[in-house]
Design a binder for this molecule. Structure first.
Ligand code: FES
Ligand code: MG
Length: 574
């Protein structure tokens, strides 16, 4: 390892250390806040990027955690400063937080770059906040630790465990079919989210925080600690202490985020049957590191890695069980033959982190020779309906639908779809292929999580619980079913999904990785030439910038002008 940095080498020294007029101003303003020279002199400044807000239930504890991080920073000889960033509460931000992932990434990058900062602690976890804060931090490449918000406690309904998202969809279908009373439904509403913390199924939050840890950015074992567990506070304080040393060691994200680290992330993603959203985020994160990850890499990995995590929506258990079973480190232990163990994390290597790891509940973290599913965490399909690819989670779908031919029923927008599904006269059977379009990165805008199209009510009553559904949208990582997502290019920009008419035959063969519209190519071309996307107003502000620069899903939905490993120069200090 290179020689330890001295206080004069610190980035913040440029603000505080010089003997000039500007540094007089910088120091006097610290004194204005009540700090004494002894408390700050020569200490690394640690930015705590906090995505807390009053309307983000997943991050409600991050105010307290920020204080705990500060405790660790002070103890280790650093100077902590909390910098609030956009909170992006998945539940409340409309039409979707995905519209703002790159916005938060830009905010984090510029917060770090513009301030006198030597090291960074990222406090995030609710879906997009993990990739967003990491993407921002990657770009400045100062020593950084990610503190995952942690999953909330298991839901409880009359003694049964309830899982975020997954069980809502499941019981909603039962309610629509008349199997559940209003009273029972109200009880579930009060029982499903019992503490602060992120969704406790293997949704996007749990997937992305586990991947952040696998990429090396967390203290080992951090990502599965339940948010309400005292261990979570201890992890926050230890992270604060550790980042101070990382500053002196100059251990940066670029030392960890190598091509092999991303391969490790793909292995873990498959073994967890992680969220489909993670594919977009991992591609975006990798490309910012100069690692040319593509969709086909996921497919290749999916063939070789069995699903080991028995967690909803694919399996039976919840994140709390995963933690008690040994957590992510125990999963790494199972996956040992498939991982690059020499890859770095914030404190050592992946291999060192699993020295003492053990699986305590083998039903929750299955062994390689008795997996939840032998393969198929995710699959990439291509064909004339999705020339640039689309994704699905075969392990979370009805196996009977993995090879299917059926007539299309197309919706051009979310509202008309929602009206139709309750229509008793709707021309639909269990074989129909439901399609939603104009819900992609540009058309959505932001690819809302509409991809688990609702099953028409009249079919629900007949007991139908899964159908083939195709869209250019995303779906929640907590969702399940034969949902084919991220169709690229999206309909709004003239992708072939725009050419489908009601009644056209769509065929799907997951084993062959194909998805096709059985219509004459010349006819498809004619229809596309006549296609007019629905009107959208993107005439000003962020929406204009978004529509002009957002990439399609296979490229990670980053902005064209952000997707580069190029590091901008340090700001001038005058
Ligand atoms: Fe925040 Fe699911 S809503 S993690
Ligand atoms: Mg989600």
């Amino acid at each position: 390892m290179a020689k330890r940095k001295s206080p004069e080498d610190l980035r913040s020294f440029r603000w505080f250390g010089a003997k000039d007029l500007r540094s007089f101003g910088h120091r006097s303003r610290l004194f204005q806040m009540g700090y004494d020279q002894r408390e700050i002199a020569g200490k690394p400044v640690i930015a705590i990027i906090n995505t807390w807000s009053d309307i983000n239930p997943c991050h409600a504890h991050l105010r307290a955690r920020a204080e705990e991080v500060k405790r660790g920073v002070w103890q280790a000889g650093g100077f902590p400063v909390e910098l609030p960033a956009m909170s992006l509460a998945e539940t409340y931000v409309k039409p979707t937080t995905m519209l703002y992932r790159n916005f938060l990434a830009m905010e984090v990058e510029e917060l770090i770059r513009s301030h006198p900062v030597d090291g960074v602690v990222l406090l995030a976890g609710c879906d997009k906040t993990t990739p967003a804060t990491i993407m921002g931090a990657i770009q400045v490449d100062l020593p950084t630790i990610f503190v995952p918000a942690g999953p909330m406690l298991r839901g409880n309904y009359r003694g049964q465990a309830l899982g975020s998202g997954s069980d809502v969809w499941k019981y909603w279908a039962d309610k629509e079919a008349g199997l559940i009373s209003e009273l029972q439904w109200n009880e579930m509403e009060r029982g499903i989210a019992r503490s602060f913390g992120t969704c406790m199924t293997m949704g996007t939050a749990s997937t992305m925080t586990a991947l952040a840890e696998t990429l090396g950015l967390c203290l080992p074992g951090a990502s599965t600690i339940p948010a309400a567990d005292a261990g979570h506070s201890r992890m926050a304080a230890l992270s604060g202490a550790r980042v101070v040393d990382m500053v002196f060691e100059d251990l940066k994200p670029s030392d960890m985020l190598t091509a092999k680290a991303f391969e490790n992330a793909l292995v873990v993603h498959m073994a967890m049957a992680g969220s489909t959203n993670a594919m977009i985020h991992l591609i975006a994160m990798a490309r910012r590191c100069g690692v040319p990850l593509i969709l086909d890499d996921f497919d290749r990995m999916s063939e070789n890695v069995p699903v080991l995590c028995n967690i909803r929506p694919t399996g039976a258990f919840l994140m709390e069980d995963f933690h008690y079973a040994g957590g992510l480190l125990a999963l790494w232990k199972r996956l040992q033959p498939l991982l690059h163990l020499e890859e770095r994390n914030v404190i050592g290597t992946i291999g060192e982190a699993i020295t003492h790891a053990e699986v305590h509940l083998p039903e929750v973290i299955r062994p390689l020779d008795n997996p939840v599913a032998p393969r198929g965490g995710t699959a990439i399909l291509k064909g004339n309906l999705a020339p640039d690819g689309c994704v699905m989670k075969p392990a979370a779908a009805d196996p009977a639908l993995l090879k299917h031919r059926g007539p299309a029923l197309v919706f051009d927008d979310y509202d008309s779809m929602m009206r139709a599904v309750n229509d008793e006269d709707l021309d639909v059977t269990a074989d129909t292929v439901l399609i939603l379009r104009n819900a992609g990165p540009v058309g959505g805008p932001g690819m809302p999580e509409w991809g688990m199209l609702p099953i028409p009510k009249k079919l629900l009553r007949k007991g139908v619980r899964d159908m083939v559904r195709i869209s250019d949208a995303r779906m929640s990582g907590t969702s399940y079913g034969a949902c084919i997502l991220h169709v690229a290019p999206e309909a709004y920009v003239g992708g072939p999904l725009a050419a489908v008419n009601n009644g056209d035959i769509v065929s799907l063969d997951v084993a062959k990785r194909s998805i096709n519209l059985e219509v004459d190519p010349a006819e498809i071309e004619l229809r596309l030439a006549a296609w007019q996307p629905p009107a959208r107003d993107y005439s000003r502000g962020y929406l204009k910038m978004h529509a002009e620069h957002i990439q399609q899903a296979p490229d990670g939905c980053d902005f064209t002008f952000l997707q580069s490993p190029h590091k901008l120069p340090e700001p001038e200090i005058h």
